[in-house]
Structures are given as structure tokens and as C-alpha cells.
Design a protein around this ligand. Structure first.
Ligand SMILES: O=C(O)CCC(=O)C(=O)O
Ligand SMILES: [Fe+2]
Length: 204
């Protein structure tokens, strides 16, 4: 392994983790909650730093760097180089490129925040396309709760007018099932938070 690689990754992970917790506090405040509201869910957090490398592809329209998905955790802090390829799905179904801005991060809200906020925040669907000329690097940091945390809407956001939209689920089990189905590529639908969706139509 390249000399200093481990140290560089550890240093980066430490810094980006700090930033993620700062963002988590700001999101809590934006929801009208105390800044430290979510902290207890991250005491033994299971966060991941990933290093992605996308090779150029001679027939890019036949390939995808990463297939469409939503990030499962609380939030993602993504560093990308200048090449581009990340796309987000708009409400009308169109895929829009996320233009790389030098010295900046892309922040994704993840599934857990969508559920905690009872849909006030939405976890965006995204994918990565490749090109035929340039390789691309990206480094996402995924802020994940502790394994044993139960994820469900924050009680403050649930009342008669706004019923809970999700059944509570275990982060550890949810993530394990998601990861297993990703890696095994079973051809079945991946586990998604909409599997915990509570129908708002009482006749159903
Ligand atoms: O490479 C990117 O820009 C995003 C990768 C991604 O969405 C992921 O690893 O979850
Ligand atoms: Fe992602």
C-alpha cells in the first residue's frame, strides 16, 4: 500500500466526520429540534468512507458507474473531482447532472433523515454515469447511525394531522439486508424505506 495512504484516509475521515456532525446539528435546528437531538443515535456510529474510481468506457451509454439508488444513512458528504458524472433524479423523472464545483462538497440527505423528519427532508435518488475519455474519482463519507438504533419519525413531527408515515425499523438490520442484496445482486428489488411506508389511505 502506498506510503502514508492509511494516515491520509484516517485524517480525512476524521475531518469529514466532524463536518458531518456539524451538518447534522444544522439539520436538527432547521427542523426546529435542539442541535444535539440526533447525537445519541451516533454514539457508536457505523459510518463509512468510500473511495470510488470510475474507468472510462468506450461505450458509456451501455454502462453505469453506480446504478440508481438512495443513500441509506443520515447524510452523505461527497468530494468529487472535476470530471462529473453524478446525476440526481428530478421530480419529473429527468436525470440532471451535478456540476462539480472546485473545493466544495455535495451533501446528500439520506433515508434515515427522510424517515426521522417524516418526509420533511427527502433522500434524493441518484446514479453515476461514465464517459469514454476520463477516469473519475469520488470520495463519499456516509454518516450512519449506531447499529442498534431504531429509525422512525421523530415524535414531534407526528400528530393527528400528520400521522407517522413509516413503521420503525432497525438500522443494523436494514443496512445489512440492503448491503447483502447489493452485493449478491439477486435481481430482486432492494430493500427500501418505502417498504416501511404506512399507507395514509385508511380504506387500503
Ligand atoms: O461517485 C459519486 O459521485 C457518487 C457515488 C455514490 O452515489 C455512492 O457511492 O453512494
Ligand atoms: Fe450514493
Amino acid at each position: 500500500m502506498a506510503c502514508g495512504y492509511r494516515e491520509a484516509c484516517e485524517k480525512y475521515a476524521e475531518a469529514v466526520e466532524k463536518l458531518s456532525f456539524r451538518l447534522l446539528e444544522l439539520i436538527s435546528r432547521s427542523l426546529g429540534l435542539p442541535a444535539d437531538y440526533f447525537n445519541s443515535k451516533f454514539e457508536e456510529h457505523t459510518s463509512v468512507l468510500r473511495l470510488n474510481h470510475y474507468s472510462p468506457c468506450p461505450v458509456p451509454e451501455l454502462a453505469l458507474g453506480v446504478g440508481r439508488h438512495k443513500d441509506p444513512g443520515a447524510l452523505t458528504v461527497l468530494a468529487q473531482d472535476e470530471v462529473g458524472g453524478l446525476q440526481v433524479k428530478r421530480k419529473d423523472g429527468e436525470w440532471i447532472g451535478v456540476k462539480p464545483i472546485p473545493d466544495s462538497f455535495v451533501i446528500n440527505v439520506g433515508d434515515c433523515m427522510q424517515v426521522w423528519s417524516n418526509d420533511k427532508y427527502e433522500s434524493v435518488e441518484h446514479r453515476v454515469v461514465v464517459n469514454d475519455k476520463k477516469e473519475r474519482f469520488s470520495v463519499p463519507f456516509f454518516l450512519y447511525p449506531s447499529h442498534y438504533v431504531m429509525v422512525g419519525p421523530v415524535p414531534d413531527f407526528v400528530n393527528e394531522k400528520n400521522p407517522s408515515r413509516y413503521r420503525e425499523f432497525s438500522w443494523g438490520k436494514f443496512f445489512k439486508r440492503k448491503r447483502d442484496s447489493n452485493f449478491k445482486n439477486l435481481g430482486t428489488e432492494n430493500l427500501q424505506i418505502h417498504h416501511f411506508y404506512i399507507s395514509q389511505n385508511s380504506s387500503e
